[in-house]
Design a protein around this ligand. Structure first.
Ligand code: PA5
Length: 449
């Protein structure tokens, strides 16, 4: 089996010669500190050897619960936010049919997501959609107290119980949460739901290879064994003893830090040429944004879907402020084949494409864009996936995780905490008069007049 590959040549050319190689010693130190658990945030390193520690028996357990949900539900609602949401959605959308919503696919339940926003219309429309449907819920929250998720779960639980009865609802509600703490744990224990534990030492954004991601992905009908195998193989391919030149995660971490500190490239745009990869970029944005954006430092992670966004953001990328670099996820071989037809009248003038695969046009768009953007002063990193399948996505997940661990260390921050996300919560709770926030409530109301 091949591995995903990385080409940094069109990014390194924007740096002084040897600038990437100069990171070799720092990368080694960073990886050693991850391995030895001496790095900042060392109580959150459970993801580091997670792939290789997952047993076949554990995957069977996850698959068994998924099979129950698959048998008993036409729709499975996955409630979660941030790291308790994005990984599952990223993989399900990358592997799924682009029109899953519209295809009456009786083989697999429809997976929908909730608990990732507080949109009243969204939740109301979801409730309307679920009316009369055989639906189940996977409630995912490590803390078990996240407002967005808890709010959606209360609504979903009530509707599920109303539609299926309390007994049957119990069989189709699964909680993935902390072993002991939090409201989600308390509710699951009281109601007797099936549960999975999110390990203490795995942070939300690094948790896609725990049941947080694995259960929804298995429910959707995708191969979690291949996904994990891909991650296991990437864990080996990026191990600390792999030479710097061959370690693609080390190279990625080094080149993006060099671009940031030496070439003023403050924004990394994750680009795809397959709309199915949109949520991979969303997952990646959280992974890198929440890990690195600290102490007034960090590359801003952005994303674009090409060629779609070439018709909106393309102008900015080509000629706007030169503070960006691009990382392209390229899929070598599409899963389907579609040949462009000949047309006798040729009214659209496209007969020069007749007989070609649509992907050939896409690839030329990709190459043409690469050349144009590099000419325009945008360094380009390219990650290549031989195919879009569970195995290579498993590789990609681990590649980005270990790349993030190394990169955050190079930047000099603790990549495994997220103190900044508490600020809005404190204000929201104060504004909503949550018990326990009385002092904050008075202060914020005074401030607002
Ligand atoms: O990466 C993180 O830790 C966060 O994004 C969390 O996943 C997110 O805030 C959801 O938290 P919880 O799983 O506790 O509901």
């Amino acid at each position: 089996m091949k591995n995903i590959s990385l080409d940094i040549s069109k990014a390194a050319s924007f740096l002084n010669e040897g600038a990437v190689k100069a990171y070799e010693a720092q990368v080694k130190t960073a990886q050693t500190s991850l391995e030895s658990g001496t790095c900042p945030g060392n109580d959150f390193l459970g993801w580091l050897h997670l792939p290789s520690s997952i047993t076949a028996q554990f995957l069977d357990e996850v698959q068994t619960v998924a099979n129950t949900l698959r048998a008993k539900c036409d729709v499975v609602v996955v409630a979660g936010i941030g790291g308790s949401y994005l990984g599952a959605r990223a993989i399900i959308e990358a592997l799924g049919n682009s029109f899953a919503w519209l295809v009456a696919d009786k083989k697999n339940p429809t997976i929908v997501f909730a608990g990732n926003n507080i949109g009243e219309d969204y939740l109301s429309e979801l409730s309307e959609y679920l009316k009369g449907k055989r639906f189940g819920v996977i409630n995912i929250s490590k803390s078990g107290t996240t407002t967005e998720t808890a709010l959606a779960f209360r609504l979903l639980k009530k509707q599920c119980e109303a539609q299926r009865g309390k007994e049957e609802a119990r069989e189709v509600i699964v909680a993935i949460t902390d072993a002991n703490r939090g409201a989600a744990r308390a509710a699951a224990d009281k109601e007797g739901y099936q549960t999975f534990v999110i390990p203490d030492n795995v942070g939300g954004r690094f948790s896609v290879l725990t049941p947080v991601g694995l259960l929804p992905i298995a429910c959707a009908g995708f191969d979690i064994r291949s996904l994990v195998q891909g991650a296991v193989d990437m864990e080996k391919a990026t191990a600390p003893d792999v030479p710097f030149e061959q370690n693609i995660a080390a190279q990625y971490a080094a080149v993006r830090n060099a671009l940031y500190t030496q070439a003023g490239k403050k924004i990394e745009i994750m680009v795809n040429y397959q709309p199915k990869l949109h949520f991979i970029a969303e997952w990646w944005k959280q992974l890198y944004g929440e890990s690195e954006g600290k102490e007034h430092k960090g590359i801003f992670p952005a994303s674009c879907d090409f060629t779609t966004d070439l018709h909106s953001m393309g102008q900015w990328i080509q000629e706007g402020e030169r503070s960006i670099f691009e990382t392209v996820i390229s899929v070598e071989k599409p899963n389907r084949e579609l040949l462009f037809p000949n047309d006798e009248e040729n009214l659209d003038g496209l007969n020069f494409l007749a007989g070609k695969r649509v992907d050939e046009v896409n690839k030329m768009a990709e190459l043409g864009t690469l050349l144009a953007h590099v000419d325009g002063g945008v360094p380009n990193i390219r990650i290549s996936l031989p195919e879009l399948n569970a195995y290579y996505l498993g590789q990609l997940i681990y590649f980005f995780e270990i790349g993030c661990g190394i990169s955050g260390n190079l930047l000099g921050v603790n990549p495994f905490n997220q103190p900044g996300v508490e600020a809005y919560k404190k204000n929201m709770f104060a504004l909503l008069d949550k018990p326990g926030y009385e002092a904050e409530s008075r202060a914020i109301k005074e401030r607002l007049g």
